[in-house]
Design a protein around this ligand. Sequence first.
Ligand code: ADP
Length: 268
Amino acid sequence: DLSPVPPASVPEEVRPLIIAFNDMMARLEENLQAQQRFIADAAHQMRTPLTGLKMQTDLALHETDPEQLRQSLAHIAESTDRAAHLINQLLSLARAEASFEKLYAVEPVDLGAVVREVALELFPRAQTKSIDLGAEGGEGELLVEGNAVLLRELVKNLVDNAIKYTPRGGHVTVRTRFAGSPVLEIEDSGLGIPDADRERVFERFYRVLGSGVDGSGLGLPIVREIAELHRATVTLDANPAGQGTLARVVFPRSHLQLPPAVQGDVYP
Ligand code: ADP
């Protein structure tokens, strides 16, 4: 019997124990249901690219014209990339969800350096869309306590989204600064996120309709998971500078931070 209140016949001393036990069981049950839902959703999401691949392969098998065949194979390669991306994102999410302390070393991470690395990596992608990608905030100035691999993934997902949802010729700025505690901001001049979707985009597989861009709907859930592991908060707001989105991650203040006066000099 998992009813939260023990029956009257139960002795007074054991009642708190029973209540605590029932509460624990209810939470386990909830967790299990969430896991099952996730597996069902993930399998469903995988079916779409696989169905596409199967159809394209069948078509290619019957193609006699060499140029048509080459095009079919190019489609197949694209679909395979998409399926691989989805699997990678699923793995990322599972990895981020696994116990932080057990799997990953926690160390001082130079947030500015992580931003530079990600910006360098994504620069070619921005260039193909003529997007002006800039990074503000130097290296060695802002340390957060955490895991470099996971933090890199967090930054990459946010910058990747900013580029993905910004039309050609727009701009994306990645900024690290100290405002009482370490802050990471990614500002884009893109499509923006409708108010009604602002929280829902953090749900697994949720995507805003009509963006016309490919994706898994797992990037932001990964970002939130990693942020929570670092006791940081993530918010998405309308870009105050005009069109687009401002993603902000606020990290907790830790003993790693320099005194505010020094930080103030570094970040005017
Ligand atoms: P994906 O990008 O693979 O769809 P995400 O979880 O990263 O998955 O994002 C969920 C949705 O949130 C996206 O489909 C998109 O509609 C919206 N979104 C995320 N980032 C931005 C952004 N910078 N600008 C506009 N829309 C965004």
